[in-house]
Design a binder for this molecule. Structure first.
Ligand code: GDG
Length: 703
């Protein structure tokens, strides 16, 4: 038995030991006759639970779909991706086998943490078997932009299946954003701060940049064996500086790019010839996939070319090892090296870069790092390069070789302290904490129909109270939806009950809506109600003449957003822009549903990308897309303007997710009612605006 190589295995080693976790995994191709013995040994010695797959299925699943389809596609090499129905079938079957086995192993309250692109269907299959399971998923590689992902004929099924998890983790914001964009484009689901409502559950998407086992490295660099090996390594190269690269054999790792950088430096800065040695370590990996064999030939060729061109009798520029190093050798290499040259074309994180820094407790050494590695998002003090430019790589390599000691120390101190704080233990702990939270949150989201008894309790609480607050949304809550916003005028019945309720001493009736001031003013201006327009941006108290802005008005962003909406109006006949003071709205109620919702997804995608740094939110409502300042919400209106008063009774009613921000901040004991049967954080659901009026009429009668 041999341990697996690669970031996932290394990264999770500490977690698995410290949390007494059980690993479920594929041990490779094992003959029928050895399976019993292998199972026994793995279970008793390693707490590992093997999933055996028939040989052909395993090959199509692993070398096939996982590594010939998903790996290249997710690493922005779509031209290397193969789309094969049988591989896909094998992937599904293998994922099903995994889910079955895990379901048999894990008890209800245990956490199941699914790792990486090989198992993206497991969250869904497992959820089907155990609806209440706590499931986390972490992707160790990048998530592709939607434009790449859509090339995969089965991308929708994969994205849907991932949503079986409670928490989905990525290394970087870009990856999380790419995933959320795809969810929006493929499934029409929008998110709020990474939270998605999927049926009756909440799925949280978040960022967890993986760290390294800092303590293990700190111990390893003091071990006699590693120190002795470091000394021998240094003796072997004399006064030269040592530059290293280390990675699995993979076309994403940019090994030829590192070699071309080295060659360019030797060519353009001859003074560096003979003054450094480049130690290249390539670890065999996935050799059964043809691309990898090709990559190997390219690396061999480049090494030969550079050594033969620049080598002398005294000096060979590149030392090249093609095998796995034992841990002691690896640590010695980190310790001995003056420069780490890490140039992936695409990499989820890259642990080698982090391990190299972690090993440098004397703060010496310089790191050249590709901007395409997730690690570049955190290791700002490294020399960041674009690996596709040999000139840039060569220049950074030269700067690294010449970097003054004081500068090395300054840069490394900052990077190392971050690595020490967010080490692998913190990373895993953080993920598990968030998973518990996300799972618990789903429990708060439910559809709970208001029963007759609930309604009586609500009326009784109202009757007992002195200071009462009623917070009512308008469209969909007090009136049903009409074909155009202008047609949705309040009925005489609604006006009558609102008038009666707002006349009762001790009652404060607040109409809180996304509508414009003018609409609310025209309809309800003579009632003793507080009117709140544009989701909380404007307020008018009873008896007051004018409206008061609740936040300073800055709508310069409209100049940038309006032309985008206009281009959609031009393209999609029947759609229209509505301009409110603090927001812009694109309506598509008159457009056929398919065209409209497809265009809406595209619009939201465009807007979300453009508005990321403008403090705007893009809301998808009932056949509308609305853009407004992120500082305004019904919930924050309540918190800043109403929460401080001593209410004995609070009732909030609303029909869409802008009302959820209100429901979730109400004090315990409040009554909240969501109109419609969507899962909600409100205490109760009722079916329609008719129910709202009935409840309000009961309150009126009880006043
Ligand atoms: C995936 C993602 C992400 C390598 N050679 C030897 C050896 N290693 C160890 C390194 C390091 C690990 O393997 C490699 O991790 P990386 O992160 O660099 O790359 P991947 O294998 O592609 O990992 C990656 C990672 O998952 C974690 O989420 O960062 O982006 O692609 O720990 O030290 N270890 C020993 N001898 C070797 O020869 N002992």
């Amino acid at each position: 038995m041999e341990p697996s190589t690669g970031g996932l295995a290394v990264g999770l080693d500490a977690f698995y030991r410290e949390h007494h976790a059980r690993w479920v995994g594929w041990p490779g191709d094992i003959s029928e006759s050895s399976r019993r013995a292998v199972t026994r040994k793995l279970r008793t010695e390693f707490a590992c639970y093997p999933v055996f797959l028939p040989r052909e299925l395993g090959r199509r699943y692993y070398a096939g779909f996982s590594n010939r389809t998903l790996w290249p596609l997710f690493h922005s090499f779509p031209m290397y991706a193969r789309y094969d129905e049988e591989d896909w079938e094998a992937y599904r079957r293998a994922n099903r086998t995994f889910a079955d086995q895990v379901a048999g192993l894990a008890s209800r309250d245990e956490v199941v943490w699914v790792h990486d692109y090989h198992l993206m269907l497991v969250p869904r299959y497992l959820r089907e078997k155990q609806p209440d399971a706590k499931i986390g998923f972490f992707l160790h590689i990048p998530f592709p932009p939607y434009g790449d992902l859509r090339q995969l004929p089965w991308c929708r099924e994969i994205v849907e299946a991932l949503l079986g998890a409670d928490l989905i983790g990525f290394h970087t914001f870009d990856d999380a954003q790419a995933f959320l964009n795809s969810v929006r484009r493929l499934l029409g689901l929008d998110n709020e701060l990474g939270q998605l409502v999927v049926g009756h559950r909440i799925v949280q998407v978040d960022v967890f940049p993986i760290g390294v086992d800092f303590r293990r490295i700190a111990t390893a660099i003091r071990a006699d064996g590693a120190v002795a090996r470091e000394r021998r390594l240094r003796e072997g190269i004399g006064a030269s500086k040592l530059v290293f690269s280390l990675s699995r054999l993979d076309y994403t790792k940019g090994i030829p790019q590192a070699l071309r950088g080295v060659a360019t430096l030797l060519e353009t800065k001859p003074e560096w010839r003979g003054r450094f040695v480049y130690q290249l370590v390539v670890v065999p990996s996935r050799e059964i996939v043809e691309r990898y064999a090709e990559e190997k030939r390219e690396i061999d060729r480049l090494c030969g070319e550079i050594n033969s061109r620049y080598g002398t009798f005294q000096w060979t520029p590149i030392r090249y090892i093609y095998r796995y190093l034992d841990f002691e050798e690896l640590v010695a290499l980190y310790l001995a090296s003056d420069v780490g040259l890490i140039t992936p074309l695409r990499d989820g994180m890259n642990l080698v870069a982090k391990e190299y820094l972690a090993a440098k407790d004397d703060l010496h050494g310089a790191l050249v790092l590709s901007e395409m590695a997730g690690a570049a998002r955190e290791l700002h003090e490294a020399l960041i390069v674009n690996p596709n430019s040999a000139v840039e790589v060569a220049d950074a390599l030269r700067r690294a070789l010449e970097m003054p000691e004081a500068e090395q120390i300054r840069r490394n101190r900052l990077m190392r302290s971050r690595l020490e704080q967010y080490d692998i233990q913190r990373w895993a702990g953080h993920f598990l904490e968030r998973l518990e939270e996300a799972h618990a949150l789903s429990g708060t989201l439910a559809v709970r129909i208001l029963t007759r008894a609930d309604r009586e309790a609500l009326v009784a609480a109202y009757a007992r109270a002195g200071q009462r607050l009623l917070l009512l949304d308008y469209d969909g809550t007090l009136v049903p939806f009409a074909p155009s916003p202008a047609e949705a005028v309040p009925s005489a019945r609604a006006l009558e009950v609102l008038r009666a309720l707002s006349d009762v001493p001790g009652n404060r009736v607040v109409l809180i809506s996304g509508r414009r001031k003018d609409d609310l003013g025209a309809w309800f201006g003579d009632l003793k109600m507080t009117l709140v327009a544009e989701h909380g941006a404007w307020v008018r108290r009873p008896g007051q003449e004018g409206w008061e802005a609740t936040i300073p008005l800055d709508v310069r962003w409209k100049e940038r957003v309006r032309p985008i909406l206009q281009s959609f109006v031009n393209r999609i006949p029947g759609s229209a822009i509505e301009e409110k003071e603090t927001s812009l709205v694109w309506h598509y109620r008159r457009v056929d549903l398919d065209t409209g919702s497809l265009a809406a997804r595209e619009l939201i995608d465009t807007l979300t990308n453009l508005t990321a740094n403008l403090e705007l939110v893009v809301l998808i409502g009932n056949r509308v897309v609305e853009v407004r300042s992120s500082k305004v919400s019904k919930g924050s209106f309540f918190q800043t303007r109403l929460a401080q008063e001593p209410w004995d009774f609070i009732l909030a009613m609303g029909d869409d997710w802008t009302d959820e921000s209100l429901f979730s901040v109400l004090p315990p004991g409040s009554f909240s009612v969501r109109i419609g049967l969507s899962a909600s954080s409100a205490r109760f659901n009722v079916e329609s605006a008719e129910d709202t009026l009935q409840i309000l009429e009961r309150l009126r009668d009880a006043s």
